[in-house]
Each structure stands twice: as structure tokens, then as C-alpha cells.
Design a protein around this ligand. Structure first.
Ligand code: I3S
Length: 128
């Protein structure tokens, strides 16, 4: 049977290392502070873990590690945002509560996968 045969454990959709900075909190602009971050997409949330060295996708289990923060993707908006940074491959995620994050990877294919996977979750939640 699948690990989620009881239907109670949210499905782990994707996990990996991205560069992250928060640029707004509740609509108020913040100063950029880029840092590498383990990003985990599980259920309706994007979860951020601080210490990349202590986290791997295979070691991640719900309740096993302490997330730095998490983002509810319901009603969120995703946009490519290369105009907001000198870095390449940047997208912006804006939550309904007005928190804004930039996420970035040097690897084109990787950032496209993340963009598409997050957008699919947002679209699924929009249809609910
Ligand atoms: O959009 P900005 O203000 O040019 O962003 C850069 C700055 O935040 C800079 O920090 P300080 O100005 O506090 O030293 C960061 O080090 C840069 O990474 C920011 O720009 P990029 O283009 O990397 O997003």
C-alpha cells in the first residue's frame, strides 16, 4: 500500500535547495537577505527549513525537523520576477496575507520545475 493509504498524511510533492529572500511582510517591504534554504512542498504549503546541511529530502519527515516558516499556497500568486533581482531564474511568491518571497536557482530546469509544481498546487486550490 502507499505511504498515504490512510489519507491523513499530506503528500510530499517536492523538496530541494533554493535561494530565498523575503521581500515583504503583510504588504510592508523588507530589505533583501538572500540565503540558501531547503524548500519542501507538502499538501497546500511551502515549508522553509533553515539549515540546508542538516536536511535532505529523504530525511524530511513531518514533525521531525523544525521549519523556519511555512507559506499557505491557497490564493497565492506566482510570477517570474527577473526584474526584481540581478540574479537569474527568480520568481516571486505572494501570499494572501501580503507576504512576498523571491526564490532562485542557478539551474534553469530546476527553477522551472519548482515554478510549475507550485503553480499546479495554486491552480488546484483555486478550483476547490
Ligand atoms: O534589490 P536590491 O536592493 O538591489 O537587492 C540587493 C541588496 O539587497 C543587497 O544587499 P545590501 O544592499 O543590503 O548590501 C544584496 O546583497 C543583493 O543580493 C540584492 O540584490 P539581488 O540582485 O541579488 O537580488
Amino acid at each position: 500500500s502507499s505511504p498515504d493509504s490512510d489519507g491523513c498524511t499530506p503528500e510530499l510533492e517536492k523538496a530541494g535547495l533554493l535561494n530565498k529572500t523575503k521581500i515583504a511582510e503583510g504588504g510592508r517591504k523588507l530589505r533583501k537577505n538572500w540565503s540558501p534554504c531547503w524548500v519542501v512542498l507538502v499538501g497546500n504549503s511551502l515549508v522553509f527549513f533553515k539549515d540546508p546541511k542538516s536536511q535532505t529530502p529523504s530525511s524530511w519527515k513531518p514533525g521531525n525537523s523544525r521549519p523556519e516558516s511555512s507559506v499557505d499556497l491557497r490564493g497565492a500568486q506566482l510570477h517570474w520576477a527577473n526584474n526584481l533581482s540581478s540574479k537569474k531564474n527568480v520568481f516571486k511568491l505572494r501570499t494572501v496575507t501580503g507576504n512576498e518571497f523571491l526564490l532562485q536557482s542557478e539551474t534553469d530546469s530546476l527553477i522551472k520545475e519548482w515554478y510549475n509544481t507550485i503553480q499546479n498546487v495554486i491552480d488546484r486550490l483555486d478550483r476547490e
